[in-house]
Ligand binder design. Structure first.
Ligand code: NAI
Ligand code: MG
Length: 866
């Protein structure tokens, strides 16, 4: 035992011998005859009823148990059990649900050693980690979420549980990933079908037993074991309302494609290639220990592993030398030995993957270094490995290795560090080391990652959200932000009603009317309404609004589903003149596209005819194409000043927009009525509601702020609401102005730049809108408007790598299309239900639901203390 370190001694003193714990696990396995069925509707199924597979201890190759391979029929039964339990569970008072969650937390603690040993046996991860990290954190998640169950009615007013959740988890943190998924679902009032990874089903089976022990109602938690096919059956099941997945980006893509257009809510926690950035002024000793934890925790089989070391040039040589010395002291071996730092890899396939990538790294010219140590003769082990001189674009710099392999590069300046850090398709986590907190926080704000650890790494807690940017997935787990993944706004459950335009004034509508009157009265008193004087308006605008009618395709139907996109009656430039001759509008009734703050002709040169709702020809609107969208995205990319402007400044611009809109309220109201053939006479109301909506989001701009999460470690965890960047918006068909603004405004308020596709039949609204934007100091490129065939343009937005997120309001087939097309870059798509949504009603048409979707939460952990 000559190689034992002080740390090892310290550990050995604190904890008792391991073998004793193993006995407990063996007894549990024996008690079950080492064979397990599924847990469905409150009972275990016959373990030998169908196909089975083995769960193996990768440290020894020993078969631990025989596990049932879930079939589609098993999944069906489990989903039906969950469905049957759903209503009662949702109706169970929050306090009662809290008591169940609390009981589960207590049970996990009570059986903590059994859980720890089972995870270690099944996965190969060290007992030190399962006992000190996995199990306590799993219990913590249940405690924390017991609290959310208790507070749900108060803190999530206006929301309901999503319903039946299919949850698919990986093998790297078997119990912990279960806790991250199951605790929030149960707290929210959802029921669950869980599919653990095929390599590590044991602790999930123990957990199922515990749910029965605490008397959790039958069907609330169901467990179906099996491989990817079992997972796929769960994803495909029609009665599942939400899929929550953690695992490889590859399978994340498959699930995105499979669920496209299904209406299933989806959260994906995928891979990463997270940067570990060390500045010259960092505390070196701390940073070295940080690296050890960052990449060698759990053998490097960690989605947020700090697998790319970026060291500032002046420090690099010294840092590598110190790191190598430290690596020499790492102990690789029996995971049940408490002095071991690196255990066994989960399965042969994972070891082969690592070996293959390491060979490729060598072939591509990087320098490979491994400490001089002997690995155990049997079992799946790989030594800690350091690559230096690695090109940022090398395979090993880009691909998630998911093993104990660190890849190092140097940088000179903070700007270069940020550039290298973001030189990846992923965006899960980042670790930043500097004694200059200003610098560290500045870099934290610029790194594209859902979690940033300043002078620390791999810190997790139930009170803080965890989840990625970019191809690391979407959705958060933990904290308030994680709860929303299992909730749905109330109004979406209301019986679908006709759209406001078609329906008699609904209560909400008359409320809006009353408010409009109130606002009008206030405006009168304040003498703010400059009594829109036609003379002050842009030349053509008043008559444009009065004379030009703008048409409707069959697209507008107040039916249950948004209409399918129809072929637009395209006209060539030449025929524009002739059709314009037929019924000449007083002014140019051909709004151009609005890109980069300029009115531009569509690339195609084509236009399409718009008619009033009754079919009268009104004019021609530009037919945008792929190139126009690309130009618009480029303009939006460049308009980054909007995102860095202060929230106060953005609010000022929005208030100014409202002021300008109210100056033109009358014309715009008449204009809208003309599009509607004056029949509905909703123009005035729509304009008034639009002004109010602008005020709402001007108000929110500096108020939808983040949180400081109360995580139990000595640190502040800053949950920042960051804008996506460039947001694509596909507006609803009806309420040309209000519908479009309802989507653009929250995006703008939160600092996004927008490329919007207005309602195809009412695209004429663009002309007055871009005039308003021009006169309201909205910087060029912040809002871009491209008219044309809705779904054709939406497809381009969905595919575009520089569009960070997409909001789609349209038909069911269009929703399927954009969700499918988003698969390549895993762009988050929000399919916005418009039918049944009363855009006039603030409860459905504005507020937190939109603000939350306009942002992504970045959790920045900043430790304090000496
Ligand atoms: P995986 O993504 O295939 O497995 C994760 C889970 O998804 C398992 O429960 C699996 O049974 C299930 N699954 C597989 N195919 C499915 C499908 N078509 N539909 C529904 N569920 C499906 O990951 P795997 O194969 O275990 O590991 C491959 C690589 O993925 C690893 O080398 C690693 O790079 C990465 N990975 C990343 C994880 C993370 O947390 N970011 C976790 C596990 C793996
Ligand atoms: Mg196993």
């Amino acid at each position: 035992m000559s190689s034992i370190t002080v740390k090892d001694v310290f550990n050995s003193m604190e904890y008792g011998p391991a073998p004793e714990a193993r006995n407990l696990a063996d007894e549990w396995l024996m008690a079950h005859g080492s064979s397990f069925g599924h847990y469905i509707g409150g009972a275990f199924t016959d373990p030998n009823a169908g196909e089975v597979f083995d769960s193996i201890n990768p440290a020894t190759g020993q078969v631990l148990a025989t596990i049932a391979q879930g079939s589609a029929a098993d999944i069906d039964r489990a989903v039906k059990a969950a469905r049957a339990a759903q209503d009662d569970w949702a109706a169970t008072p929050g306090h009662v649900r809290a008591r169940y969650l609390y009981a589960l937390a207590r049970q996990i603690q009570k059986h903590s050693r059994l859980f720890a040993v089972l995870d270690t046996l099944d996965n190969g991860k060290t007992i030190r980690e399962t006992r000190d990290l996995d199990v306590p954190l799993a219990a913590r998640h249940f405690y924390h979420h017991a609290g959310w169950a208790q507070l749900l009615d108060e803190e999530f007013r206006g929301y309901r549980p999503v319903g039946v959740c299919g949850q698919i988890i990986p093998w790297n943190f078997p119990l912990l990933m279960l806790a991250w998924k199951v605790a929030p679902a149960l707290a929210a009032g959802c029921t669950v079908v869980l599919k653990p990874a095929e390599f590590t089903p044991l602790t999930a089976l123990l957990f199922a037993e515990i749910t029965r022990h605490v008397g959790l109602p039958d069907g609330v938690f169901n467990l179906v074991t099996g491989d990817g096919d079992t997972g796929a059956a769960l994803v495909a099941h029609e009665q599942v309302d939400k899929i929550a997945f953690t695992g490889s980006t590859e399978v994340g893509r498959i699930i995105r494609r499979e669920t496209a257009g299904s209406g299933k809510k989806l959260s994906l926690e995928l891979g990463g290639k997270s940067p570990f950035i060390v500045f010259e002024d960092a505390d070196i000793d701390a940073a070295i220990e940080g690296v050890v934890d960052g990449i060698w925790l759990n053998q490097g089989e960690v989605c947020c592993a700090g697998s790319r070391l970026l060291v500032q040039e002046g420090l690099a040589e010294k840092f590598y030398a110190r790191l190598k010395r430290r690596m020499q002291t790492l102990r690789v071996g029996d995971p049940l030995d408490k002095g071991v730092d690196i255990g066994a890899l989960v399965a042969p396939v994972q070891l082969e993957r690592i070996e293959r990538l390491v060979e490729q790294g060598k072939r591509e010219g990087a320098t490979c270094w491994q400490p001089d140590l002997t690995l155990p003769e049997q079992g799946l082990y790989f030594p800690p490995t350091l690559f230096t001189d690695v090109e940022p674009s090398a395979t090993i710099s880009q691909v998630e290795i998911f093993g104990p392999v660190l890849v190092a590069t140097t940088f000179r300046t903070p700007a270069e560090a940020v550039e290298l850090a973001n030189h990846t398709r992923y965006g899960l986590a980042a670790s930043i080391w500097s004694s200059n907190l200003d610098l560290a926080l500045d870099v934290a704000s610029k790194v594209k990652a859902g979690v940033v650890w300043v002078n620390s790494t791999n810190m997790f807690d139930a009170a803080a959200g965890f989840g990625g940017y970019r191809e690391s997935g979407y959705g958060r787990e933990g904290g308030r932000e994680g709860m929303y993944e299992y909730l749905q706004p109330d109004w979406t459950f209301a019986p679908r009603k006709e759209t406001a335009a078609a329906a008699q004034p609904a209560p909400a509508a008359s409320r809006a009317d009353d408010l409009a009157d109130d606002v009008a009265a206030v405006v009168d008193r304040l003498d703010l309404d400059a009594d829109s004087d036609d003379d002050q308006l842009d030349d053509g605008f008043a008559s444009f609004a009065a004379d030009a009618g703008f048409g409707f395709e069959d697209e507008l139907q107040p039916a249950a589903a948004e209409p399918e996109e129809v072929a637009l009656p395209v006209t060539e430039p030449a025929s524009v003149a002739s059709s314009a001759e037929a019924e000449p509008p007083a002014i140019d009734a051909t709004p151009k596209l609005y890109i980069g703050g300029k009115q531009v002709r569509p690339d195609s040169g084509y236009s399409y005819a718009v008619t009033s709702e009754q079919g009268a020809f009104l004019g021609e609107v530009g037919l945008g194409n792929r190139k126009d969208i690309r130009n618009a995205v480029e303009a939006a990319r460049k308009a980054s000043s909007w995102s860095s402007a202060t929230a106060h400044n953005r609010a000022q611009v929005l208030y100014y927009l409202a002021e300008n809109l109210s100056q033109r309220a009358d014309e715009l109201a008449r204009f809208i009525d003309t599009m509607d053939d004056g029949g509905a006479s909703l123009g005035e109301r729509e304009v008034e509601a639009s002004i109010r909506r602008i005020y709402t989001y001007a108000a929110w701009a500096d108020k939808y702020d983040g949180q400081v999460h109360a995580t139990p470690l000595r640190n502040v965890t800053l949950a920042m609401n960051e804008p996506w960047g460039v947001l694509g918006v596909v507006a609803p068909t009806d309420h040309a102005l209000l519908g479009l603004l309802s989507l653009i405004l929250p995006a703008l308020a939160m600092g996004n730049r927008v490329v919007a596709i207005p309602s195809s039949p009412r695209a004429a609204i663009m002309a007055p809108l871009y005039q308003l934007l021009d006169t309201s100091d909205v910087p060029a490129g912040t809002v871009n408007l491209v008219s044309g065939n809705r779904d054709e343009l939406a497809r381009v937005l969905a595919q575009h790598d520089d569009v960070d997120s997409l909001w789609y309001c349209g038909s069911r087939s269009g929703a399927k299309l954009v969700e499918e097309e988003s698969t390549g870059n895993l762009k988050p798509v929000w399919v916005i239900r418009s039918s049944g949504r009363d855009w006039f009603d603030p409860a459905a048409g504005e507020g937190r639901e939109f603000l939350r979707r306009a942002t992504q939460v970045k959790n920045i952990w900043v430790p304090y203390g000496e």
